[in-house]
Design a protein around this ligand. Sequence first.
Ligand code: ZN
Length: 258
Amino acid sequence: MTSPVKVLALFAHPDDAEFLCAGTMVHLASRGAEIHIATMTAGDCGSTTLSPAKITRLRQREAARAAKLIEATYTCLGEKDLLVLYEARTIKKVLELVRRVNPELVLTHSPVDYMVDHEITSRLCQSACFGAMAPNFRTGVRQPARAAQRVPHLYYAQPFGGRDILGKEIRPSLFVDIADTLTAKEEMLACHASQQAWLRAQQEIVRPNHRMRQMAERAGELSGFRWAEGFRQHLGQGFPQDNLLGSLLGSLVRQIET
Ligand SMILES: [Zn+2]
C-alpha cells in the first residue's frame, strides 16, 4: 500500500487557508491526502472587542474545527499579527514544521499580496522548503525532525482579492475546479465565525462569503471553470518542475500560459 500524499497548507492567519485554497484541500483530502493546516499567528489582532488572549483562544478553536472537517491537523506557530518577521527564529520554526510534516506538496500565500504578514509567510515557506533537506541547518529544538529527503512542490495561492497593493491583478497560471467543493469550502470558512464581525468592522466586508465567491468566480472566468481557485507554482532552481497538483487532481486542474 502506498502512503498518502502529505500536504502542508501554511498561511499567516486563521481563515487564510480556508479563504484561498479550501476547495483544493477538500479535493485532496477526498482522494486520501493527509492535510496539515498551519498558521503563523492565532490572529490575535482580529477583534475590536476581545482581548488578544481571548481572541487567540477563540480563533485557534475555530481553525481547529475547520481543519477537522477534512480530518486535517491544525498547528499555530505562535507568532503575532503584524509581526510575522523574516528572521532566524521564524525560519527555524517553519523549517522544523516542514521537516516534521515532510510534505510532498505545500500551499502558501502569494509572494505578492495585500498584506505584509502574508508576503513574509510566503518567503518563510520558500526558504523552509528549500532548506529542509540540508542536515547542517539546525533548528535548535530539543527533538528535531530529521532532514527532509526531497524539496516539496510549492504552490502559491492567490492574494486576497486577486490584486497586488497597486491594484494590479495577479493572474494565476493554474486553476483547480472547485464547483464540487464550494459548499464544503463555505462550511470550513463558516467555522471562523469571529472573523465575520472583524471583516465588517475593519475592512467593510459585509459578506466575506460573497467576497470569496467573487474570487472563485473570477478564477472561473480566467480558466473556463464555473468556480475555481487559482495558483502559481514555484519553479525556481532546486524545486520540482512537474505539476504534482495536476497529477493528483487530473481533469480538475487546468494550466494556462500567462
Ligand atoms: Zn491573513
